[in-house]
Design a protein around this ligand. Structure first.
Ligand code: CU
Length: 479
């Protein structure tokens, strides 16, 4: 029998403490949300990073990975680690067809690697777990942005360290923009990023860190603070929902009869908008929605609720406060609209030549997370894949309830064909780079390896507490 607090050192994991996922199996909840008066603090928007230099083809940015201080609770300095001192990191706005080069300097005492999640990038800019920046060193990542406009994010990916370093703050948004795509959607100040994550805080407002500590991570943050409020005009807003949590799954609902119109998923715009009352968002997934606040009365409040939270958590995640009446500085005019045809999705591609099985499981005997029965070995090639080919991957979560997993495949955007044989809704089908897989479930992915790059790229569970302790594998893409 597994004991609840069971924690052991995995020598092979470089001294990373591994608590058993059995923590999830017990109902005890520890940790309490901070006593902050909810919905009084304005939603912070992560700063947009300015290029240090631009030329005809490329924008050049600089990021330093360094310790910093965040104000998660009002007036309380919390020690975190940051990109450029910002928690979460600054947003990079890239333009389709214009490349970005980011010079990253590591001022931590530990190695760091930057992965652009959802990016179609060459292998030497993918942030492979062993391709790290050592303390005191710098390197340049090259992002071609030769892909559809999408809400991407960058985060740490250093071998065995990504769970801790993402948790402590190493993530930021990376938006690929394309002025040709659905230009009538709300933009500018009406295009709002919402990065959701949970955190465990001690009595002094400091981060508590332990692997598999999901039960204690009971405080949900939006853009780095709990329960913020956003004052909105009576018009449409585009909201980019991003789950940067290590392990938390969200199910978002809006109060007061408001509804979501989903326009995009991980890899960009859907073909058509879809009305939804609840949005499920697992770690690393992105969903873009348009919410029309013109339907709300001036002065009313609309709360964003996490229907999957427990009573001891701040399930009321944030609030929208609709400004009252007509004001000169906040006119109600709205020239934005959601077109019924958002985008033309690329064709499926060549015939499928290869079908592979990917089985995700926890080894209860040896206490390791496995893919196809093996722990991650960064020196092993698990799959060899021909560039340009199309494959079907049958991905199974072989674990008992309630151990969820997901699969993130680097350098591609895939189609989810079906779950346990039932075809999925268009909003969760394409374009995706991370797919949720509940206990016992099998999803089939259609993956076209159409990136122009060869080399070794990882695929892994994006519950990063799992991937950090071996639920990762890798493919070698060959010409
Ligand atoms: Cu997992």
């Amino acid at each position: 029998m597994l004991n609840r607090r069971g924690t052991l050192k995995l020598g092979a994991a470089g001294g990373v403490a591994l608590a058993l996922p059995a923590e999830r199996l017990v109902s005890a909840v520890v940790g309490t949300p901070p006593s902050v008066k909810p919905f009084t603090r304005a939603l912070p928007i992560p700063p947009v990073l300015s290029p240090v230099h631009s030329d005809r083809s490329t924008d050049y940015y600089e990021l330093s990975v360094r310790p910093g201080v965040a104000e998660i609770l009002p007036g309380v300095p919390t020690e975190v680690i940051t990109y450029n001192g910002s928690f979460p990191g600054p947003t990079i706005r890239a333009r389709r067809g214009r490349s970005v080069k980011v010079a990253v300097t590591n001022r931590l005492q530990t190695p760091s690697a930057v992965h652009l999640h959802g990016g179609i990038v060459p292998q030497d800019s993918d942030g492979h777990p062993l391709d790290v920046i050592q303390p005191g060193n710098s390197r340049i990542y090259h992002y071609p942005n030769d892909q559809r406009a999408a809400t991407l994010w960058y985060h740490d990916h250093a071998h065995h360290l990504e769970a801790e370093q993402i948790y402590k703050g190493l993530c930021g948004l990376y938006l690929v923009e394309d002025p040709a795509e659905a230009p009538t959607l709300p933009r500018g100040q009406f295009d709002i990023p919402l990065m959701f994550r949970d955190v465990a805080l001690d009595d002094h407002g400091q981060l508590l860190w332990a692997m598999f500590d999901a039960q204690r991570r009971s405080t949900v943050l939006v853009n780095g603070v709990p329960q913020p409020v956003l004052r909105v005009r009576r018009r449409k807003y585009r909201l980019r929902l991003v789950n940067t949590s290590n392990e938390r799954m969200f199910a978002f609902r809006l109060g007061n009869g408001a509804e979501f119109v989903q326009v995009a998923t991980d890899g960009g715009l859907l073909a058509r908008p879809v009305r939804r009352t609840e949005i499920s968002l697992w770690p690393a997934e992105r969903v873009e929605v348009v919410v029309d606040f013109a339907k709300a009365r001036g002065g009313s409040q609309i709360t964003l609720v996490n229907a999957q939270g427990t009573a001891l958590e701040n399930t009321e995640v944030m609030r929208f406060e609709v400004v009252d009446g007509i004001r000169k500085d906040m006119p109600d005019t709205d020239d934005s609209s959601v077109p019924q045809k958002l985008s033309v999705l690329p064709a499926v591609g060549a015939p499928v030549m290869t079908t592979r099985k990917v089985v995700l499981s926890f080894d209860f005997k040896n206490l390791v997370f496995l893919i196809n029965g093996k722990p991650y070995d960064p020196h092993r090639t698990d799959f060899t894949i021909k560039r340009g080919s199309t494959e079907i991957w049958e991905v199974t979560n072989a674990d008992p309830d309630p151990i969820p997993h997901s699969l993130h495949v680097h350098v591609v955007q895939f189609r989810v064909l079906d779950r346990d044989g039932r075809s999925v809704e268009p909003w969760e089908a394409f374009p995706k780079d991370t797919v949720s897989i509940a206990s016992g479930e099998t999803v089939r992915l259609l993956i076209r390896f159409d990136a122009p790059y060869t080399g070794v790229f990882p695929f892994h569970c994006h519950f990063v507490d799992h991937s950090s302790v071996a639920m990762m594998a890798q493919m070698r893409i060959v010409a």
